[in-house]
Design a protein around this ligand. Structure first.
Ligand code: ATP
Ligand code: MG
Length: 235
């Protein structure tokens, strides 16, 4: 992106964030353009409410969640191409080993394109007000039982840790990635004195929504208290 185009984008983003209480971004692949865009959005939102201290934490969390979302999407295409049934436990084990060992930057780009062609994406929805913000990271492919189990187990285990190195020592798991993303998210929240229960993963028949809430003031009302598990349709 040229410096001029970047400044133009920044200005446009700033205006949008100043006047609206929601902004979304959608992508089928993770690249530096998306990372930069997400970083800009968080920076502007937090600056608007004088909450810059949450920048590093929020960015790290959203990056982790976006990678999980995009990976889950690309995994499905990979299985389809190998004619492996992702919902079958045996084929899943077989496919996941191949997926993990063959993954590279080039492949991420290639599979990102394939997802885009098929309308498979990851969407980040940011909602913000002076009391707090929440972000949904959605990927529009159905989750499978095994993944759901893995996510739930990570969340449960992470509750008992305040240190990511300790979590790693006790729970080595290189089945898919390093197996640290979800635990890292919850530990980062705890370190900022944010209730880790404000990180939730909601699975729907056609999509997975990972959601994080960041209260800015004691007036923040959690989504649960506002009327249970409200999830937007991602549009
Ligand atoms: N959006 C998602 N859709 C489907 N499955 C998911 C999603 N996010 C996470 N998972 C499942 O949860 C598992 C744990 O996720 P986590 O981020 O903790 O570790 P990882 O992605 O395997 O490794 P790392 O984040 O350290 O690279 C993943 O391996 C995957 O099976
Ligand atoms: Mg991960």
């Amino acid at each position: 992106m040229s410096v001029q185009a970047e400044e133009h984008l920044l200005e446009k983003l700033r205006k949008t964030i100043q006047v609206r209480d929601k902004i979304s971004v959608k992508s089928s692949k993770i690249n530096s353009k998306l990372e930069k865009y997400v970083h800009l959005i968080i920076t502007e939102i937090l600056a608007k409410f004088g909450q810059d201290r949450y920048l590093d934490m929020t960015y790290t969390i959203l990056k982790e969640l976006s990678i999980n979302a995009v990976k889950a999407n690309q995994k499905r295409i990979f299985f389809e191409e190998l004619n492996l049934d992702i919902t079958n436990e045996e084929s899943y084990q077989e496919g996941i080993v191949k997926f993990k060992s063959s993954f590279s930057d080039t492949m991420a780009e290639e599979y990102g394109q394939k997802c885009q062609d098929k309308g498979i994406y990851c969407q980040l929805n940011f909602y913000y007000a002076k009391e707090g913000m929440y972000v949904e990271v959605i990927n529009n492919t159905p989750v499978i039982k095994l993944e759901e189990l893995r996510m739930r187990e990570k969340m449960k285990k992470a509750m008992g840790y305040n240190d990511i190195a300790e979590f790693y020592m006790d729970n080595m798991d290189n089945t898919e990635g390093a197996g640290l993303g979800i635990a890292l998210i919850m530990i980062l929240m705890k370190n900022e004195n944010i209730d880790p229960a404000l990180f939730r993963i909601i699975t729907k028949p056609d999509k997975t929504v990972a959601r994080i809430e960041i209260p800015f003031t004691s007036d923040y009302v959690t989504l649960r208290d506002r009327g249970a598990g409200h999830i937007t349709d991602g549009n």
